[in-house]
Design a protein. Structure first.
Lengths: 245, 323
């Protein structure tokens, strides 16, 4: 019970201090809206293109929302030493890092639903498979958050975390089949697509929105879950190795 | 009973040996001082004892719990006040304390009550709702100490608590440390201020270059010097030039020259001030002051470590500001 008090208070402190601040709320709204508008205009196919675009916009909103926040909540706190206070608390490192990342996961999930709400007014989403879509959003948010954590732990400055994040984020947008099918990528780039977690998340989103998935949904979920576990485990190993020397 | 028992603790950072097999124990209810210059290994020791770093070898037992491999088991028993305030700048003083209490699983009502109680005790009630970032250095230190004791730890680790703050705040903090000690809290205090250690601590360890060179009570450390008679002369000009003459003229005295214009004479028997003054004036050196000195912990420290206390202080003050 005591450790859950700590868990909840770390999460709620981060929500109040970082995520629910007006700049972040506006960023969380404007960014997905801008992506939606950009791809809508680019497609030139009118409202019919919305279901095809939605998975990509949702995934990008989650990816950018989560990875950029971890640089602040973890790297910044490590830099100003307030993270030490958390390391001194009588809770396990696993629970501590889950509490530090839960805020980003929730932020990513909230970001994902901004384009969904907009799309609901402009297109017919009645055929969407929500039972696959919602868990996929949560899992993509978790994988992206843990990717952000992995980056945040690997660097020591906030600006390094942002730069390093872009090194992963931008190639991922174009290689994960979000906007261009993996089958249309040059053959030498395709193996790269399959080592990126977002590839599997994007495939579930495509499947749940308009039925256009390539791999079995269950396999996508399993692989995405494995990425989550792997990224979290590597990040914890890095924290123990680099921060508790 | 031992609150902390350390045996053969070693730590290396690349080529630098930060701690070289140190052993010591802190007794329950004791205020134990760790005194040494910058880079001696004081903060490294605290980091190892509190789980912020891992030892290369050696053992740590806190309140009977073996923390060598896993510190988590004892973390609810300890409070830590680091050398630099590490609270959240964007939170108010009150919110910082409540948040720190929640990390130890303290329920909402209890942590609000405790936070108010500590803010009052540390004279910070008026600043309770102000952001921590806007606090003065002294206020930051006070709130950091309050955060360190919010969960009523059995053992408190204080890393240089008075470094970089003004004299009045430092005095107030020393009183708070003393009150905590009186209330039964075991305190492990690192400092480079010898007078602070002398005034507060029950026992003191001198640490230099990652090794403990001496551990004892303040009384026992000073005892060998108690029977000594020391007189210090302040001269108007360079006195070192007649060093050899002084030594041959007063063979029963031991001479020290803390600087060019200061001579320190030590003897096992009472020293008559007149003969040395006459000798100095005959040599053309005017004496502006002569005073008998009570041996202090500083003398003991200098004797044991060979490090001048003033040098130690100014080195630290260059880094973090004086007190």
């Amino acid at each position: 019970m005591k450790r859950w008090t700590a868990f909840w208070n770390i999460l709620s402190k981060d929500m109040r201090t970082y995520y629910l601040k007006p700049p972040n709320i506006s960023w969380g709204l404007i960014f997905p809206l801008a992506w939606t508008a950009m791809f809508f205009i680019r497609s030139g196919q009118g409202l019919d293109s919305i279901p095809a675009m939605l998975p990509g916009v949702v995934a990008v909103s989650i990816l950018f929302g989560t990875t950029s926040m971890l640089a602040v909540t973890v790297t910044f706190e490590k830099k100003n030493r307030s993270f030490e206070r958390l390391l001194l608390a009588p809770i396990s490192l696993e629970l501590l890092m889950l509490s530090k990342t839960s805020g980003a996961i929730l932020f990513g999930v909230a970001n994902a639903f901004v384009p969904v709400i907009v799309a609901a007014f402009l297109a017919d989403l009645s055929s969407m498979n929500w039972a696959a879509f919602i868990p996929a959003v949560v899992l993509i948010a978790t994988a992206s958050t843990f990717l952000g954590l992995f980056i945040a732990v690997a660097v020591s400055e906030v600006f390094e975390a942002q730069t390093f994040s872009n090194f992963f984020r931008f190639p991922m947008i174009f290689l994960c089949g979000l906007f261009f099918p993996i089958g249309k990528l040059p053959i030498f780039l395709r193996p790269l697509s399959y080592v990126l977690p977002l590839t599997y998340g994007a495939d579930i989103l495509h499947g749940s929105v308009h039925g256009g998935h390539i791999m079995p949904i269950a396999l996508n979920f399993a692989l995405l879950a494995m990425f989550c576990i792997g990224l979290f485990a590597v990040s914890l190993w890095n924290i123990r190795r680099k921060w508790i020397m | 009973m031992q609150a902390v028992a350390v045996e053969g603790l070693s730590k290396r950072f690349d080529e630098v040996r930060a701690l070289d097999g140190i052993s010591f124990d802190v007794r329950e209810g004791e205020l134990f001082g760790f005194l040494g210059p910058n880079g001696a290994g004081k903060t490294t020791t605290i980091n190892l004892l509190t789980g912020l770093a891992r030892a290369d070898s050696g053992s740590i037992v806190i309140d009977g719990i073996d923390c060598t491999k896993k510190i988590r088991g004892a973390q609810h028993l300890i409070g830590v006040v680091p050398d630099e305030s590490n609270l959240y700048p964007e939170l108010s003083g009150f919110d910082n304390l409540c948040f720190c209490a929640s990390l130890y699983g303290i329920g909402k009502e209890e942590r609000i009550k405790r936070a108010r109680e500590l803010l009052k005790q540390f004279d910070l009630s008026k600043a309770a709702d102000r952001k921590f970032a806007g606090y003065s250095k002294g206020m930051k230190r006070k709130l950091t100490i309050a955060a360190g004791i919010i969960h009523r730890p059995k053992i408190l680790f204080l890393d240089e608590p008075t470094t970089g703050i003004d004299v009045a705040s430092a005095r107030q903090l020393r009183q708070m440390v003393s009150d905590l000690h009186d209330s039964g809290t075991t305190i492990f205090l690192t400092t480079h201020y010898i007078e602070e250690a002398e005034r507060l601590c029950d026992r003191i360890a001198f640490i230099v270059g990652g090794k403990i060179v001496r551990i004892d009570t303040v009384g026992n450390l000073i005892q060998p010097l108690h029977d000594k008679h020391i007189v210090q002369f302040a001269c108007e000009s360079n006195a070192i030039k007649i060093k050899d003459g002084l030594k041959s003229h007063f063979p029963d005295f031991a001479f020290e020259f803390p600087n060019n214009e200061t001579i320190r004479i030590e003897s096992d028997s009472p020293i008559s001030i007149a003969p040395p003054v006459r000798y100095l004036e005959d040599a053309g050196i005017e004496v502006s002051e002569a005073r008998k000195i009570r041996p202090s912990l500083e003398d003991v420290f200098v004797r044991i470590t060979g490090i001048e206390a003033k040098a130690m202080r100014s080195e630290k003050e260059k880094k973090g500001g004086g007190q």
